[in-house]
Design a protein around this ligand. Sequence first.
Ligand code: PGA
Length: 252
Amino acid sequence: MRVIGNWKMNHGGASCRELARALKSGLALNAGVSVGIAPPFTALETVCSELRGGGIQIGVQNIHWEKAGAFTGEISPDFVKDLGVTFAIIGHSERRQLFGETSELVAKRLQGAVLNGLTGILCIGETLEERETEKTEAVLEAQLKTGLSLLSANDAERIVVAYEPVWAIGTGKTAKPDQVAEVHRFIRDIWKSHFSAGVPLEILYGGSVTPENFGELANLDGVDGALVGGASLKPELFCRLVSIAGEVTCEK
Ligand code: PGA
């Protein structure tokens, strides 16, 4: 199992140290659970130095594909790898919806992350309108196929897919277990047709994950963990999510 906390645009200043320390002291790490957090860029140096060697992976919330150059406002994989970053969240629905990131751009970011040695967490998800008009599968298939289009099966071990229905993010409306199970099965089918049946895939669920709903979701076949927003800002909640992942890993 994997549990990743996305801090979004929070704790980018001095308060990141306190949150990192609270995680360091509160997390009971378990060999079967990979734990990661993605603070804002400005907090990376502090958080990486606080957590160095402690078994918590540090990631970024976005990444450019070039190593350096005239790309105002962008950050290269090399810059963050030097700090100790190991993964990048790519194509989060907030990037797609608020900043106009297309699946073609997402594909370039994912390729840049993976070819530069980072694990890329490729986020996909449908809006409420798309779900209500029965476009969920078409939307997810397009986001996934385009997102993966610049990579080959050899790169697949550095790709994790996060299914995050847009209507469930930050709304308190978690997707129902049967909705999650159905979509995760669908994503696996697309993945197999894109790469090949033998290429393993890890899929996280994201969208209002809390300690109250995570146990049931994590126990579903085909759910390999969670991408967590709001609850990752509260150390007590995040630590409980990691413990739940540990328990589910033992049971599964
Ligand atoms: P949430 O965010 O847990 O606050 O719904 C999830 C995400 O955006 O990754």
